[in-house]
Design a protein around this ligand. Structure first.
Ligand code: NAP
Length: 246
């Protein structure tokens, strides 16, 4: 249980982040719902959490912006005094074949998915070092492990998240801070909704369990890695993918 813990979840206005926010709140954490553009949806997540008798607040921050992340984390610490759990979930895709991919599409995906996680770890990590405790969970992807045609930018960002996770785990371990990654497979959210039927069928053919995943199934793995019971696990990549990455 996470009673009394302060949890920051980026990209919590929708999809997997929303499920993570709700699950951590249900287990007793005060949840900081990070969002970028979806103010109304972030407010709705806060209301859903409060309707369960739990606590949350919303904070706007573009994770791709170093200084905005500094302000975001500093505001959370000023308001709540500590950060026990940081979930780097915010992410985007800008798919396209490598030979046609623009520099802008490559840079934007790296800036949000990889640098975004660096930014928040850089600032929240400092607070966790002072506390001598903390849990950091970064969202990678099966694509970061295996690669995927049409997603060179996204795969590079998610492979980078694994390197960032392992390096941070080594740097922060001596102060009781664990850093792990979760690599989801195909999860039903806005991100995958727009994929063509052909891509969906090709993905399904690679999933031994024979079904797509749900945001709540990823959230359950995040909640475990955030728990006291997971205190001896660090630097790991947990695949939540129906066996896709085997
Ligand atoms: P989603 O439904 O598209 O939601 C993305 C979330 O990220 C939104 O809350 C969005 O906030 C936020 N976000 C995007 N750009 C941001 C920025 N610059 N700053 C702050 N927040 C930003 O995505 P999802 O499917 O839930 O994915 C969540 C995470 O899991 C991502 O890291 C994704 O790469 C990873 N993942 C997903 C799958 C899958 O199959 N869905 C598989 C593997 C990994 P606003 O709406 O407020 O703008």
């Amino acid at each position: 249980m996470l009673e009394g813990k302060i949890a920051v979840v980026t990209g919590a206005s929708r999809g997997i982040g929303r499920a993570i926010a709700k699950t951590l709140a249900a287990q007793g954490a005060f949840v900081v719902i990070g969002y970028h553009g979806s103010l109304e949806r972030a407010r709705a997540v806060k209301e859903e959490i409060e309707a369960q008798g739990k606590k949350a607040d919303i904070y706007q921050c573009d994770v791709a912006d170093f200084h905005a992340c500094e302000t975001f984390i500093s505001d959370v610490v000023k308001e709540h005094g500590r950060i026990d759990i940081l979930v780097n979930n915010a992410g985007i895709t800008k798919d396209g074949l490598l030979m046609k991919m623009s520099e802008e599409d490559f840079d934007q995906v790296l800036a949000t998915n990889l640098k975004g996680a660096f930014h928040t770890i850089r600032f929240a990590g400092r607070q966790m070092l002072r506390q001598k405790s903390g849990r950091i969970i970064n969202l990678s992807s099966v694509v970061g492990v295996r690669g995927n045609a049409g997603q060179a930018n996204y795969a590079a960002s998610k492979a980078g998240v694994i390197g960032l996770t392992k390096s941070s785990a080594k740097e922060l371990a001596s102060r009781g801070i664990t850093v792990n990654a979760i690599a989801p497979g195909f999860i039903e959210t806005d991100m995958t909704k727009e994929l063509s039927q052909k891509v969906k069928e090709a993905s399904m053919a690679q999933i031994p369990l024979g079904c797509f995943g749900q945001p709540e199934q990823v959230a359950a793995a995040v909640a475990f890695l955030a728990s006291e019971e997971a205190g001896y696990i660090t630097g790991q990549v947990l695949m939540v993918d129906g066996g896709m990455g085997m």
